[in-house]
Design a protein around this ligand. Structure first.
Ligand code: B4P
Length: 189
């Protein structure tokens, strides 16, 4: 079983690379961003609350995120492996994930961190805002998301590095080139 956390700042390509990793390794995908957007599309109470937070570029509360993941992982014991995309984003979420996985008798094998500089992140997300109309892809929200990432999420690399599970990857260049770098690390395990 292969369990990966795909990590990186907003717009670093986590969603893009997850799709390719799922195809190649048959992993089960958990994207907390997609789950929250599905709640919004279904107009649930949680979705309405989350939209306000996401439009400000802040993090949805650990309690909500951990509850969502816990419910989704249950009943997935025959999966070939999991890929966590955009989760965990805080140390509290990482600790909760470890505890949920421990109950299933499994663990995270690797955190792959996509490293992309700030100007490139802003360019990519502004372009996505134009192409896809995502309301959190505007300059003010993007800058806040990057700031939140640096303050609250980046410290997680230390959490996984202390377990010798963190591997940084150059996230600049063509999508297939970056995918090749990720696969190279996975296959060296
Ligand atoms: P997410 O949905 O996780 O999205 P993201 O970080 O913006 O994007 P990602 O890195 O996946 O980039 P993508 O591949 O799409 O989060 C949205 C919000 O949800 C958060 O701000 C937060 O409020 C909330 N949230 C989610 N999870 C949470 C959690 N665990 N706790 C609390 N709150 C949570 O790539 C971006 C763009 O770049 C795309 O248009 C893509 O086509 C392009 N691109 C990708 N690779 C490229 C490349 N190599 N070159 C050029 N362009 C590229």
């Amino acid at each position: 079983m292969l369990n990966i956390v795909l990590f990186g700042p907003p717009g670093s390509g986590k969603g893009t690379q997850s799709e390719k990793l799922i195809d190649k390794y048959g992993l089960t995908h958990f994207s907390t961003g997609d789950m929250l957007r599905a709640e919004q599309a279904a107009n649930t109470e949680l979705g309405l609350q989350a939209k306000k937070i996401m439009d400000r570029g802040e993090l949805v509360s650990d309690e909500i995120i951990i509850g969502m993941i816990r419910n989704k992982i249950k009943g997935q014991s025959d999966a070939k492996g999991f890929i966590f995309d955009g989760f965990p984003r805080t140390v509290a979420q990482a600790e909760a994930l470890d505890s949920v996985l421990k109950d299933l008798g499994i663990k995270i094998d690797l955190m792959l961190g996509l490293e992309v500089e700030k100007d490139e992140l802003i360019d990519r997300l502004l372009k996505r805002g134009k192409d896809q109309g995502r309301t959190d892809d505007n300059l003010e929200t993007i800058e806040n998301r990057i700031n939140v990432y640096e303050c609250q999420t980046l410290p997680l690399t230390g959490y996984y590095d202390a377990q010798n599970k963190y591997r940084g990857v150059d996230g600049l260049g063509g999508i297939d080139d970056i995918f090749g770098r990720l696969c190279g690390i996975i296959e060296s395990l």
